[in-house]
Design a protein around this ligand. Sequence first.
Ligand SMILES: Cc1cc2nc3c(=O)[nH]c(=O)nc-3n(C[C@H](O)[C@H](O)[C@H](O)COP(=O)(O)OP(=O)(O)OC[C@H]3O[C@@H](n4cnc5c(N)ncnc54)[C@H](O)[C@@H]3O)c2cc1C
Length: 487
Amino acid sequence: MSEAGKVVVVGAGLAGCSCAISLAGRGINVTLIEAGAMLGGRVQSVSLRGIDREIDNCQHAAFRVYNRFLQLIGHCEAQEILRLQSQTRLSYLEVDKGRISTLKSGKLPPPNHLAISLLRAPFLNFKDKIALQKAVKALQKITEKERRDLDETAFLTWLKENGQTERAIKRFWDPLVMAALNIDSANASSSSAAFLFRKGLFSNADSFDVASFTGDLSGVLDPALRRTLHSAGVKLRTSSPVMEILSKDGVISGVSTRDEIISANTVILCTPIKPTTRLLRGVNLSEINNLIANNLESIGNTTLMGLHAFHEGAVLPENTQFVTCIEEPLIQMLFDRTGELDEIQRAGLPGHWISVPVSFADSFLSMKDTEIQTEYERVVKTAFPNAPELIQFHVVRAKRATSALRPGTQKFRPNADDASSGIILGGDWLDTDWPSTMEGAVRGGLSAAARLLAIRGDEQMNDWHHDMNWPDWPEPPSRGTKGWTEW
Ligand SMILES: Cc1cc2nc3c(=O)[nH]c(=O)nc-3n(C[C@H](O)[C@H](O)[C@H](O)COP(=O)(O)OP(=O)(O)OC[C@H]3O[C@@H](n4cnc5c(N)ncnc54)[C@H](O)[C@@H]3O)c2cc1C
């Protein structure tokens, strides 16, 4: 590998790792620099008092429609760290009744693959279901241009304009929007929400198959990424925050960390919004970098909380992986996290683990842990009166969890090559249409890599788009693909 044309990738989350691995795979000399000690960025485990091992910061769910993310996992030969549903099963819990309805994919082609179970599901009434059909038809009819033009409109407005009942909004649309966009439909861009439903409902019948990690997040992701970076030949520096992007005579010359200067003629930023804006403003090369920084700030972030409850035994009924708790603002979902884990990964936990991701949690941040626990216990005891005793309860607050795709934010998302020459952009906030998710991150990282390769004359990358498979990696798994674990 030649020293000429050296590239520094900043940030070893999923975006930075995807970018570095794909570039090194095409012969580029890459150094990946990470501020923290572990790889995987926000997909992270934390230490909590009273637990002898690390656990997830928060439930991280993926879907089969996360094609580039699944390609990355396949390329890392780490299929065992995920388990995918063999049939879409989305369960809804009416807490007061303790009743669970499950939407399942059936034999009909999309967008009707969930229709039969939806007709039978008691959590919505006949009027709600007729309304849903109307919205699905409207979503199917709009063109991609019309969808993007909806960006200034709040999704709630769109839903009301398209005849949705209060119950359909609260019970069907809002939980899915919250889980995927980390914002409610009153505050979400219609363009982003419509993107999500069109991907999930119209592309393939298996798009909404849920995938979950079989071990604690850093525990399974860090070694898989590290191994793959190493065999690709990427030079890795951890615990080395990049302080500044350096330039000489108007040309990018590298970056400085606390301990050293690393030379490079291209710097790729795969960092979250806040450090990206700081690094961009620090390079005194072009007004365009300040403009991108201002735009990223205009997008801003929303919060997530991870609640972790440990019980003396299983809480959810057998074979129920997770439920969405209908019309519960705080305790939005219950995941049987112990059920998802491998046998070995269950060791060292203080009890049977229920994981509760709280999306768009900004208004709950100041609640005391004890108040949150009381609310959790109310929900669990109401729905499952015989639930085993609670042993431990923990709250993890992630203040800048994801980008906030509010109405009018689409125009602020940059493309990979929008910054000044020598700087390429690649985080989960890049304009890939995807929300700030693990899939958005991998797409961001690969888009940055493709841009650089195209600039350097790799003709295959001129036409590459993040909707296409990364050509050097295994194809994403369909249901039943050998080597992938399903349930
Ligand atoms: C609590 C929580 C729950 C979530 N749940 C889900 C979910 O269920 N499903 C889903 O798909 N997504 C979920 N997400 C979102 C998802 O984790 C992120 O969108 C994705 O991981 C972002 O990846 P990234 O590589 O773009 O950024 P990051 O993961 O943030 O990686 C950026 C890296 O840059 C490093 N860095 C920052 N500054 C510097 C610097 N100056 N020098 C060097 N390195 C630097 C950081 O340490 C970090 O490792 C969740 C996020 C959080 C926080």
